[in-house]
Design a protein around this ligand. Sequence first.
Ligand code: 26V
Length: 878
Amino acid sequence: MTSTIDPKTIGKPQRPRRHVRTLTGYTPEKDASGKDQWPRGDEGVWRDGMRTVDKDVQAVTRSIVGHVQTSLARQAYNLDNLGAYQAAALSARDDLLVNWNTTQLTFTRKQPKRAYYLSLEFLMGRTLDNALLNLGLKDKFTDGVQKLGFNMEDVIEQERDAALGNGGLGRLAACYLDSSASQELPVWGYGLRYKYGIFQQLISPQGEQLEAPDPWLDNQNPWELPRLDVTYDIRFYGRADRLDDGTGRAVWHGGQEVLAVAYDVMIPGYDTASTNNLRLWESKPQRGFDLNSFNAGNYEGAVEASNSASAITSVLYPNDHTTCAPNRSIPIHFGKELRLKQQYFWTAASLADIMRRFKNAGKNIREFPDFVAIQLNDTHPTLAIPELMRILIDDEDLTWDQAWTIVTNTFFYTNHTVLPEALEKWPVPLIENVLPRHMQIIYDISMNGQVLLASNHVSDIQLTAFVEGQPKQVRMAHLACIGSRKVNGVAELHSELVQTTILKDFVEFEGVSKFGNVTNGITPRRWLDQCNPELSALITKTLKIEKSVWLKDLTKLEGLLPFAEDKAFRAQWSAIKQRNKERLAHHVQTTLGLIIRTDAMFDVQIKRIHEYKRQTLNILGVIHRYFALKKMTPEEKKKVNRRVVFFAGKAAPAYYIAKLTIRLIVNVARVINADPDTKEYLQLYFLPDYSVSLAEVLIPASDISQHISTAGTEASGTSNMKFCLNGGLLLGTVDGANIEIAEEVGENNVFFFGHLTPAVEDLRYQHLYHPVPIEEKCPPLAFVLNQISAGVFGGDGVYEPLLNTIRQSDYYLITDDFDSYIATLEMVDEAYLDKEEWIKKSIRTTAKMGKFSSDRAINEYAESYWNIEPVSIPTGGL
Ligand code: 26V
């Protein structure tokens, strides 16, 4: 599949065409002279001097109209969908604000222990629909908007995704915020307010991925509250002079100072007034421009410093990779000074803010860990460890030991990958230059670790925050581990791998009790109720309990199990899947102009494009199927299961092999979809610009989804949970959370294939030292590779580097898993042909997904790690 792209539009924000019209259904009151009296901004939510808790449809329309007039300064007579969205969002925001204020005031009064989730990524997606669901105002707004002459779905579609993340790690942070607020837990998120989120992906007619900026803030963002009064000065470079008074303190001075400005995003809980905060920092120059340079006539020099300050939060870094094979990888962070500055800017501003809040409460500094828990989302915020040491020693006059006790009782570290090329390492000279005081502290932490080691008679392990090499580098996972109270992975297998591979030495040194597991989760509000409203309604009707009950206790879904045996229920279940397929087909037709058949199995793989996730295995399987179909007689074809295969996902801009994979998919699609012999039985689509919003349309439509990473490489995966929750079956390897999903839903309801984790290392060794030609090892795969090389899908040799990754070291074991993959795909076909059995599997799968609610996961963090408790928030304001 290709989309036609006008090169002139690349890089330009996509603007919806405006259809201007008049607001209907609202008659303004008249004043004494007979003039129309339009309501103002927040009027709609106030009545008789009291804020109305039970906002009715009339109040909703009144408030929306008010915002059109005053906040947007637009005429009620000519409004487009975008204006209607903005006004509706501002109206919902009024309600959020009241709850948010109440929540924050309650925290300030009650002073509970709080947790802070530090994440460089929050992949929030759209907010309006979620805010209305959580506020319980969805129906009223839908009616109200309709009364005003608009359609709620169209209005919701106007919102741009807040795409401040790369993938799973960022979306997990967003799900955790939703669950924290829903569980009434005092948790704040801290991140960066990137001017540009993850790049927009365009696909050229040749199938190349092109990147364009994501100007998500171009339309005013109604969900953020600028806090121009909440600012901190953040220092870079300069000098750190140790004081020779025996205290170990130092003075850090000179260099560059940048201003951090806070923007707050309200995070409403579901069915509660509890509304938490996500604080995002923007970088700004301390002064508009440098007056000395300006006065000397050097205007360019005058704005240079200001540009360099603003650059810090200008763009989200794509999860990048080198073009080298992972076993020959070079450190990805070499020279990425701006990324280091982002990390420090964000952790320093967040810690300063946390410290200010703590001090305002009037507590003794020694009590810090009794009131503050800080979760490090991967190693990105690890600089918070030396930064807190710096604050405690240099500013608060504590001794090293006192400071270290506080630090190691405050931080918690979650690891999200064991892939060697994704582990952060920073060159020592770079840190020394940008953060001289922190480098001193990191050296001291390392040295203390060595001393402790020696005193524990541990001699043969390399426990240090550093690796040797030129230049020396700091291994951030080691620093995060040594400075934290607890360390966890994100699924059982992965947590085990963390302990036996990258942090093995620390387990020996610090004891196994420091290490744990919290299996990831997803919020059922967005990933079932919002994205699949029909299924949600059927579940509510069937369970005969309030929606708000099972959405807060997802294990209640087990009540669906007996209905798998009920034929009429199965018919309803399957009709909903069918309508979701049609909804997806409609979406593809309106956005890309492509017609998709819906009388087929929908087979979906949507995630970042990466060798370890093995989109290659999937596309090679599709090609294999294509040639098998071409060989069939018309009679044989009649028995075939029809499949529509969907791919979506972005490749890191510098990841050459991943981009080639996209190109291959697009060009295979071009050939297959046009082939009259096969197109009735097999269709293939690459949907460009994967996003949270696109996932919300794709997931409910899927019959089967693919999670086929090389065993041991996918830490958890969370889209696997989303598909299964929506009654899609899982085709996967024995990896990450797939394993726990199978444990819950039963192995007979998932399709597993491939080698297991313990075999991987041996197989890689054999590839290198005892290679067997593919023709011998796996003839069907050899045939597929040869067809690609022969140019059946065009490309003129362009795919060779991709094919060579398989023909040569085959690091991700395509040649080892291909046969069992194909055999399992055939089992899937066979299973799908038995419709009734398939639907039973689908119902049982949904019914057993309770464990994977992010409410369960966040409660595990709250209880076993952070030691925080829920705080109930009164409704309707204080
Ligand atoms: C690394 C880098 C390095 C270059 C700059 C940008 C960047 C951004 C992120 C990362 C780390 C990526 C680790 C990650 O995303 N892990 C995923 O985490 C999910 C949530 O736990 C999990 O479900 C996925 O399996 C895991 O791959």
